[in-house]
Design a protein around this ligand. Structure first.
Ligand SMILES: [Fe+2]
Ligand SMILES: [Fe+2]
Length: 164
């Protein structure tokens, strides 16, 4: 019986769901402010986090546990792009740290399949962190011009009308 694994997997599901909601919120607000690139980055990342929920849920069911689909926290109503990136990078760092610990814990409990799932997630969360960190650096280097460029790209697209 892998009660501890089921508990850890459900904690991960809760974190992933909170990330899905938070990134969709960021996606809507970047889209609303015309920031094309950031808007699609949050959308893509939210979809990847949803696929993490799926991977975790499959393992929980395999271990004959219940999947508790409850987000770890409410959405934080952050609409400033710099604050969004800082928060997203922080969330990814925390996830990578937790999943590393939980991989080790699962290994110590002789559940190597769960360990492997957490290790796979660490790689994805580190990549997400890297993307948010890169955007933070771009914003730091190019400032508001970087955001203005995204809006211009959007304006160009919309002036061309809907894609055929
Ligand atoms: Fe994730
Ligand atoms: Fe992530």
């Amino acid at each position: 019986m892998h009660a501890k694994s089921i508990e850890l997997l459900n904690r991960a599901v809760a974190d992933e769901l909170a990330a899905v909601h938070q990134y969709m919120f960021f996606h809507f607000h970047c889209d609303n402010q015309g920031f094309e690139l950031l808007s699609s980055l949050y959308r893509r990342t939210a979809i990847e986090e949803m696929m993490h929920v799926e991977r975790l849920a499959e393992r929980i069911l395999f271990l004959k546990g219940e999947v508790l689909l409850k987000a770890a926290h409410e959405v934080h109503a952050v609409t400033d792009v710099r604050e969004m990136l800082a928060m997203a990078a922080r969330m990814e760092q925390e996830s990578a740290r937790d999943y590393n610990l939980w991989a080790n814990e699962s290994g110590a409990n002789a559940d190597s399949a769960t360990k492997k799932i957490f290790e796979g997630l660490v790689e994805d969360e580190e990549r997400h962190f890297d993307q948010f960190d890169l955007e933070t650096q771009n914003l730091g280097r190019f400032g508001d011009r970087y955001l203005a460029l995204q809006s211009i790209e959007r304006a160009k697209k919309s002036s061309m009308g809907p894609a055929a």
